[in-house]
Design a protein around this ligand. Structure first.
Ligand code: GUN
Length: 375
């Protein structure tokens, strides 16, 4: 058995909270998102993560034997994210004291979707915690594209704002790409612009000013869990613009051998079985089974899906793209859902905001990764 007794207890506890629905033989609801990676699905993922992190922080962890015998060590995203936020806060204090600059994050929210509102609330709470200046621009669902473009341009011109985030998805009458393209690259905190994505992908390209938050969070989880990436076989399941594509490029730039699998991949289990590191970002509840995994591999589960639960008072529980109950028996390290990748997305948003503020006064950005990093 790998891991300390404390880790084991925690592993069992987390597994039990995830596994209750499975043990009860419940049917899964359809996945929250799919490989196509629309911003709608990502929205849903992120909001569920945010909501869940809030709920699960308050919920006591009770150990049961649902994962008894499981050997994987849990990668604690909550703890790692808290460390990153603390680092960002310390660096922000220095930036304020030594340079008189307070990082400013503007968040544009359109409509009243519960998931978007929850997610934005979590971002704002984290921004306040690390000492950022926050600007909120909230619009009714009926906002015009021109109003949004005018707002982005106003934020581009505001020297107190270093980072602009337009919460996705936008209503269907808005051309999302036009709004995102209007964001000044130097304030593109999501790293979604063609320039930032291009620089991330180019060998020998300039370091991007920001890297998409969830992929950056996956890489930080690996780095801070002492998982070697160089020369390793990585299989990324999912090819979305927001997770699968950028995480594959990041890991390749760290000298991993990366295979990207997707909805048209033949014999997915055969690919997964070769992987030293699996990044699951497909948006299908518990699709990746323990028996597909190479023993001792590292599993990063980006998926956040819901499945019905008769025991949880919300009527559902969250689960990842990986079948945790079986995977924990085989993997060497694994991220739980919740408490794995989810908290990292917001922590990396804080780090990106800090870096854009530093960049605005020509200070070097703080690297997003610790080894083999051009970023
Ligand atoms: N909606 C869901 N996730 C994200 C994200 O990472 N960035 C933005 N801008 N919107 C989102």
């Amino acid at each position: 058995m790998r891991g300390t007794p404390r880790l084991l207890l925690r592993r069992l506890a987390l597994a039990s909270s995830l596994g209750a629905g499975v043990a009860a033989g419940l049917l899964h609801r359809p996945a929250v998102c799919r490989d196509a990676g629309t911003s709608l699905s990502l929205e849903s993922i992120s909001a569920r993560v945010a909501a869940l992190e809030a709920i699960s922080r308050a919920r006591p962890i009770v150990a049961t034997d649902s994962a008894a015998g499981g050997g994987a060590e849990l990668i604690d995203g909550r703890k790692i994210a808290a460390n990153i936020r603390a680092e960002v806060k310390a660096a922000t204090d220095v930036l304020k004291q030594e340079h008189g600059v307070t990082p400013g994050l503007a968040v544009v929210l359109v409509g009243a979707r519960t998931d978007s509102s929850t997610y934005v609330r979590m971002k704002k709470r984290a921004a306040a915690e690390v000492g950022f200046h926050s600007v909120d621009k909230n619009f009714d669902e009926s906002v015009s594209q021109q109003q949004l473009l005018d707002t982005v341009r106003e934020l581009n011109a505001d020297p107190a704002v270093h980072a602009i985030l337009v919460q996705l998805p936008l209503p269907s009458h808005i051309d999302e790409s036009k709004v995102l393209e209007a964001i000044d690259v130097a304030k593109d905190v999501d790293g979604f612009s063609a320039t930032n994505i291009g620089n991330m992908c180019l060998r020998g390209g300039k370091p991007p000013l920001a890297i998409p938050c969830t992929p950056a969070g996956c890489v930080e989880l690996l780095q801070r869990s002492d998982v070697a990436v160089k020369g390793q076989e990585v299989v990324v399941v999912g090819r979305s613009n927001i997770v699968g594509m950028p995480v594959a490029h990041l890991l390749q730039s760290m000298d991993a051998t990366v295979t990207v699998c997707h909805s048209r991949t033949r014999d997915l289990p055969a690919h997964v079985r070769r992987a030293d590191i699996v990044v699951a970002a497909v948006g299908a509840a518990e699709m990746i089974k323990g028996e597909w995994l190479k023993p001792g591999c590292v599993v990063i589960d980006v998926g956040v899906n819901s499945k019905p639960s008769s025991t949880d008072k919300r009527g559902y529980v969250l689960c990842g793209d990986v079948d945790f109950e079986s995977a924990v028996q085989v993997a060497g390290k694994i991220t739980p859902v919740p408490g794995g990748v989810g908290p990292m997305t917001i922590a990396m948003l804080m780090k990106n905001t800090l870096n854009l503020a530093r960049h605005s006064i020509r200070l070097p950005r703080q690297p997003l990764r610790r080894q083999n990093s051009k970023y």
